[in-house]
Design a protein around this ligand. Structure first.
Ligand SMILES: N[C@@H](CCC(=O)N[C@@H](CS)C(=O)NCC(=O)O)C(=O)O
Length: 232
């Protein structure tokens, strides 16, 4: 059984851009996108909560050949699944036979999508999303320090040779890591020149340009009257 059509629920420059970017790499523009206006609270509407009880983006809907609709959550899982689904595009080392390339690749998808993401989300909610009275400056400082001291050196070592996060070749892990590095940069992290080189390489990709064409619709700060809806 195959997938007839993909539909991505998305908001500009957020974690759904990881998946939008990869879909552009794999399918050009041949998929559907619905913007979920997060700053208007659309992620809390009953219809959307049926799809995604975590009230977030991305949500990926797959229309299967037999008419079934499959809904998937979690950007890291989507990136892994989509890259594996199109092996001819060469954006993921094959799972078998087991080897170092696949191990490095999965490690980077999960390091970006869970470990780094967790720190950046805490920095973000306590800087721009929660109402000011609920923000905790100590949390922001703790994760900024940890990110700089522990995460950045690992990334710099991988990126210093001038390639991509898993080596010389661009992979789907870069769709996730690239968005995450841009997110870190928006919060004053990843300032080393090695990151500028990485960004200048991946932003030249047409699929990146297509995925970020809506960047102008994104603002870091949620409107004050909406901040109480964000719960971290
Ligand atoms: N672990 C999830 C996190 C998704 C997530 O939290 N997305 C944010 C945007 S970057 C969101 O939609 N937040 C809306 C809310 O929390 O109400 C993933 O990677 O897919």
């Amino acid at each position: 059984m195959g997938v007839k059509r993909f539909k991505l629920y998305h908001y500009p420059a957020t974690r759904s851009a990881r998946v939008k970017w990869l879909l552009h790499e794999l399918l050009g523009d041949d998929f559907d996108v619905e913007v979920v206006p997060l700053y208007e609270g659309a992620q809390h509407e009953a219809k959307y909560l049926e799809l995604n009880p975590n009230h977030n983006v991305p949500t990926l809907e797959m229309l299967m050949d037999d008419g079934e609709r499959v809904v998937m959550l979690e950007s890291g899982a989507m990136v892994t699944m989509l890259a594996d689904a199109f092996p001819e595009k060469g954006l993921a080392p094959p799972p078998l036979p087991l080897g170092p390339a696949r191990a490095r690749y999965l490690q980077m998808v999960h390091f970006g999508g869970s470990w780094m993401d967790m720190m950046l989300w805490q920095i973000r909610v306590h800087t721009h999303l929660l109402p000011p009275a609920a923000r905790d400056e100590r949390t922001v400082e703790r994760y900024r320090k940890k990110f700089k001291a522990e995460v950045e050196p690992q990334l710099i070592e991988r990126l210093r040779p001038g390639g991509y996060i898993c080596g010389e070749a661009f992979t789907a892990a870069d769709c996730l890591m690239g968005q995450t590095v841009l997110w870190a940069k928006a919060y004053g992290l990843c300032q080393n020149e090695v990151f500028s080189g990485y960004v200048s390489r991946f932003t030249k990709r047409p699929a990146f340009t297509a995925a970020y064409a809506d960047l102008g619709d994104f603002t870091l700060e949620a409107p004050p009257e909406r901040q109480a809806r964000f719960n971290g």
